[in-house]
Design a protein around this ligand. Structure first.
Ligand SMILES: [Zn+2]
Length: 231
């Protein structure tokens, strides 16, 4: 079974600083996303799925969060039984993502506390986590599970290291609980601190339970790499 843990906004530097071996696995590094004009979540995950840069196509849309690929446009087309949980650009839960963007805005308009914001973010996380562990009981060839926790908490708290350490440890604990023939942990972009807040950084994170065989992969290289590891 192939397992892809898609951790939005997981930052390479924090994984190292917090020394989280469960996130580093056997081989890890930064992904190259320099071909994109900005590190946009929807653009990066969609391009990861398609194995090519979809920035132009997506930015034509009025609301990029409405963008959804057909499975046959993604690497899932090579598999008979696959599952993609909340994956941006394919199966993302539109209402929940929309709510989170709205809550973020509300915080900056002083209509919401960070505590209230975090509570909803963690509820979304718990839901995806349950769905993921349930999917392991079925016989999928490939599972991709998306967790926006590090990004969503990071936007309002990335500068608070002790808080972020707990978030990263939670993501590590999910990774440690599951074994797979090929396990890929990947982020779309990382984050950098802006005071207590966080903004997207210009590279992503990857790690694998086997030697990847390449040092600085582009995020669009993984569609082919995943297929190679499935053989
Ligand atoms: Zn993101």
């Amino acid at each position: 079974m192939i397992l892809i843990l898609a951790y939005d906004g997981l930052e390479y530097n924090y994984v190292g600083e917090f020394n989280l071996k469960g996130l580093m696995q056997k081989d890890f590094g930064k992904t190259d996303i320099s071909e994109f004009s900005e590190p946009r979540t929807m653009v990066l995950w969609s391009s990861f799925l398609a194995g090519k840069n979809l920035e132009k196509r997506i930015l034509k849309l009025k609301n990029i969060w409405k963008f959804k690929l057909k499975p046959k446009e993604t690497f899932f087309k090579h598999f008979k039984k696959w599952k993609a949980i909340d994956v941006p650009g394919l199966t993302h839960k539109e209402e929940e993502h929309e709510l989170e963007r709205k809550l973020l805005k509300m915080y900056f308009e002083e209509n919401l506390s960070i505590k209230e914001y975090d509570k909803i973010v963690f509820e979304h996380h718990k839901e995806n986590k349950e769905e993921f562990f349930k999917s392991l009981e079925e016989d999928y060839e490939i599972i991709m599970a998306y967790f926006p926790l590090a990004d969503l908490i990071g936007h309002l708290s990335f500068g608070l290291k002790s808080k972020m350490r707990l978030v990263y440890k939670e993501l590590e604990s999910i990774a440690k609980k599951v074994e797979a023939d090929f396990k890929l942990i990947i982020s779309d972009h990382g984050m950098k601190a802006v005071g207590r807040y966080g903004d997207h950084s210009n590279y992503g994170f990857w790690s694998t339970n086997k030697k990847l065989g390449t040092k600085n992969p582009k995020i669009t290289d993984f569609a082919t790499l995943i297929l190679n590891f499935s053989k």
